[in-house]
Design a binder for this molecule. Structure first.
Ligand SMILES: [Fe+2]
Ligand SMILES: [Fe+2]
Length: 161
């Protein structure tokens, strides 16, 4: 890696791997969720994630590269943490609260990556890539806000019971 383009391409491989790993892990998480609002939110975000993979395919195409993932240790760790939490949780209250926390850690990771990538795309004059990556960034931010809203309106208040 030498140029900003190299860094851009490398990180694009990294998020491509991450989105595919998330799409694979989310159904298992959804299977553990009884809270209907949280369940719907995660199902919606799974659909969105599959769409994001298609958008990333188009981003690769826009820079004349074929889509490829490269193992991302960060997302592996975040997913492993979420799976561990689901296994360790003894009841639905802690389980739901921990799932929201873990999912928000994943959203924050994605927000960090897409924030970086879209600025690099802009600096490299990859206008189409900049627009597509900004669109994904907005979806990740919205998903994170939705989780915060669910936490404060239902998930955390259930914890008092
Ligand atoms: Fe995503
Ligand atoms: Fe996300």
């Amino acid at each position: 890696m030498k140029t900003l383009h190299d860094a851009f391409e490398h990180t694009l491989h990294d998020v491509y791997y991450a989105e595919n790993a998330i799409a694979k892990a989310l159904p298992k998480v959804i299977g553990e969720v009884e809270n209907p609002g949280l369940r719907t939110a995660l199902q919606d975000h799974l659909k969105e994630t599959k769409g994001q993979i298609k958008v990333l395919d188009a981003v690769f195409k826009s820079i004349k590269k074929s889509p490829k993932g490269e193992k991302c240790d960060a997302i592996e760790g975040l997913i492993k943490e979420c799976e561990g939490v689901m296994k360790d949780a003894k009841g639905p209250v802690a389980k739901h609260a921990m799932i929201v926390g873990c999912c928000q850690a994943i959203e924050h990771y994605e927000i960090a990556r897409y924030g970086t990538l879209r600025e690099w795309a802009k600096a490299l004059d990859y206008t189409q890539a900049h627009e597509m990556l900004s669109g994904i960034l907005d979806q990740e931010k919205a998903a994170n806000h939705k989780l915060t809203h669910l936490a404060v309106t239902t998930v955390n208040s259930g914890a008092k019971a």
